[in-house]
Design a protein around this ligand. Structure first.
Ligand code: WT7
Length: 655
């Protein structure tokens, strides 16, 4: 089937469920969108009331994208507590309803847990007391390095209750990456666990944390959750979370926080330098996470919602914890991986817990598609209503498989484009309101004003059937506020290239109907299995190895991961390339950054294509990695054009 056939075939909207009209239909969308951009104050004044305020806001929007004065504030004079919004306000109406269903890594060893809103309240208060006793107070930073266990949610919400700022580090990151983040935000406490079971294997989180802490201040305390109970080391800075929680009080008054007080920092990769600490607010972020969760997934009370992400990524923050819990939903927290114990795990969990909305990444869909439809068909998926996709463009083949094999043609697919920086969905179809197009993120969410710019001139490209870089014209409440302690970097990164606009870093196309298609990053960021990787980070890890003189890293198309990591490596004089060295470098990058950064292909490069001024011509390296030499472009400006022939002849990606 051609892409065209796939598109035609799939453009039939999923059957509408008449028993339950969507929150927003096509007419509502048009009307509400117009209001959201024409009168943002009125629109967001109303939406701001989705959450409970201790002191109601008077001012709604006070934002500027002006060069040199980027300043973003929403609901700035209101006060609230995010944890009270996610827990306390539900206690009266749904205290006994399940808030979190925890699904363990190995279903044959452990049973799922059902944590009610009352239980959640108890545990979060206890954890807040434990953190307070360790000296954490309002505004302090707490790093969370945990498996996908309920304590991760308790820790997030306990920080929010105190008014402390959490910074989660994905449990797949290495000790070095963890240490850099602990130091980066000057955390007082790091919360970890003994081990993290995943896919039947165990990552030694506590020992990783010990290693990380060798490079941190002595005063940093370590709160350790028992997950597996296996042996770990124990030092003076360590505190036993389970024991402390057992004796802690189950009462903790939520702090009144300003709407603009930071809720969390999340480190993310960019095109240059080390990862930056993206800072999200309390008020605007929560309003946006709650609203998008309800409307984009057409979440209705009583539904069971499952986002398969890890809380180490922004998707887990907004759509496992904050959005769903603010809405009083039942949210699933999954510790495992899609293929363990077998390739039917996702569908087994969907059937077991009668999941209504299921949200995952194209890389997982492609991997499961490869395992065959029988793994899906074994399980009863009749409760599914809406399917979601996030992290990278979804190819039409994967879209159709998701639609037909998983959704049985009855579940609209929402292809949600957004970023760590945006806090919540930016471009997405809405179930029941949008005629779906496989592979397109389609239309802006309320308040989001996308513009397509000509990449070099920065001119706005009007009209349909156009392509360029994706920028956003005005602020929305979920937007990041700054880079942690580096507002200048914030302005430079996101507002430096195109004055007056937020620059996403992505290219996009606006088709003849005005629908948006994301064409991928236009900077030196690659997207590996829906995870963002700065090529500069992998390069700096490689050159930190004693035998490596120089390196250039690019992405290349990968069947399952979307993009793979292709590294060109120039060795130090006198070092010989070998398969052992290749292995050694792979292990090296894993330990420097984490398994997700491991290069898929390493090519020995006696020389890299450079201009006479010494700039590496990545365009050429990308083409070679893509196995496409027809369009290498002009190589005459290279200092030594012959290096290109050597790279082509020795490429790793032969078709
Ligand atoms: C980058 C952001 C917050 C989502 C998880 C990743 C790419 C994300 C889509 C989509 C096409 C997408 C973009 C974006 N991306 N969703 N639906 N269609 N591309 O968050 O790590 O901050 O990465 O992921 O390139 O810039 P992230």
């Amino acid at each position: 089937m051609t892409t065209e056939d796939l598109l035609n075939k799939a453009s039939q909207p999923a059957t509408q469920d008449t028993s339950r009209p969507p929150h927003v239909n096509a007419q509502d969308y048009a009307r509400m969108y117009a209001e959201s951009v024409n009168d943002p104050d009125a629109f967001w004044a109303r939406e701001g009331k989705r959450i409970d305020w201790i002191k109601p806001f008077q001012t709604v929007k006070n934002t500027s994208f002006a060069p040199g004065n980027v300043d973003i504030r929403w609901f700035e004079d209101g006060t609230l507590n995010v944890s009270a919004n996610c827990i306390d306000r539900h206690l009266e109406t749904r205290g006994d309803q399940t808030a979190i269903i925890w699904e363990p890594d190995d279903p044959n060893k452990e049973a799922a847990l059902h944590i009610t809103y009352k239980d959640l309240h108890t545990s979060v208060c206890k954890m807040a007391n434990v953190l307070t006793d360790l000296g954490v107070s309002k505004g302090d930073r707490v790093v969370i390095y945990l498996p996908m266990i309920p304590e991760a949610a308790y820790a997030m919400l306990a920080c929010a209750r105190i008014g402390a700022i959490h910074s989660i580090v994905f449990a797949g990151f290495s000790p070095d990456a963890l240490g850099a983040r602990i130091n980066g935000c000057d955390a007082k406490v790091v919360i970890t666990a003994d081990y993290a079971p995943r896919g039947g294997r165990e990552t030694p989180l506590k020992s990783n944390t010990d290693t990380a802490l060798l490079h941190c201040k002595d005063s940093v305390k370590c709160l350790v959750v028992k997950r597996t109970g296996s042996q770990t080391t124990w030092t003076d800075r360590d505190h036993d979370c389970n024991a402390l929680m057992a004796s802690a009080s189950d009462d903790f008054a939520p702090a009144a926080m300003g709407a603009e007080d930071p809720l969390f920092i999340l480190y993310t990769s960019g095109s240059t330098g080390q990862p930056k600490g993206v800072v999200h607010s309390s008020g605007g972020y929560l309003v946006y996470a709650a609203m998008t969760h309800e409307i984009v997934f057409d979440y209705h009370q009583g539904d069971v919602f499952w986002c398969t992400a890890d809380v180490g990524w922004v998707t887990g923050h907004s759509y496992i914890v904050y959005g769903p819990l603010a809405n009083g939903a039942t949210t699933i927290m999954f510790e495992g991986v899609p293929t363990f114990p077998d390739a039917g795990r996702f569908w087994e969990v969907c059937a077991k817990h009668k999941v209504n909305q299921f949200y995952t990444a194209p890389t997982a869909i492609r991997a499961l598609m490869g395992a065959g439809p029988e793994w899906v068909e074994k399980h009863d998926l009749s409760d599914l209503r809406v399917l979601g996709s996030v992290g990278e463009p979804i190819n039409p083949e994967a879209w159709n498989w998701y639609n037909e094999v998983v959704g049985k043609g009855n579940c609209p697919i929402v292809d949600t484009f957004w970023q760590t920086e945006t806090g919540g969905h930016m471009l997405t179809p809405l179930p029941g309101a949008t005629q779906l197009k496989p592979g397109a993120a389609q239309q802006p969410f309320f308040g989001v004003q996308p513009v397509v710019l000509e990449p070099t001139s920065g001119e706005v490209i009007e009209g349909n059937g156009v392509e360029g870089v994706l920028c956003i014209k005005d602020s929305w409440p979920g937007q990041m506020r700054t880079v942690w302690q580096d507002h200048e970097r914030f302005e430079k990164t996101y507002f430096g290239d195109y004055k007056g606009y937020y620059f996403s870093g992505d290219g996009c196309r606006r088709d003849e109907d005005g629908d948006y298609w994301i064409t991928g990053r236009v900077d030196d960021v690659i997207n590996v299995s829906g995870h963002r990787m700065g090529t500069a980070e992998v390069e700096s890890a490689l050159v930190a190895h004693a035998k490596v003189a120089e390196s250039a890293v690019v992405g290349y198309p990968h069947d399952v991961k979307g993009q793979g990591i292709y590294a060109y490596v120039t060795l130090m004089n006198g070092e010989e390339p070998s398969d052992e060295l290749r292995k050694e470098l792979e292990v090296w990058v894993r330990t420097e950054i984490g398994p997700i950064a491991k290069p898929d292909l390493i090519q020995w490069a006696p020389g890299l294509p450079k201009t006479r001024s010494g700039k590496i011509m990545r365009r050429i390296l990308r083409k070679i990695a893509e196995d496409d030499f027809s369009a290498l472009g002009d190589t005459s400006t290279l200092a030594d054009p012959s290096v290109v022939d050597d790279l082509i002849n020795n490429r790793m990606n032969r078709s």
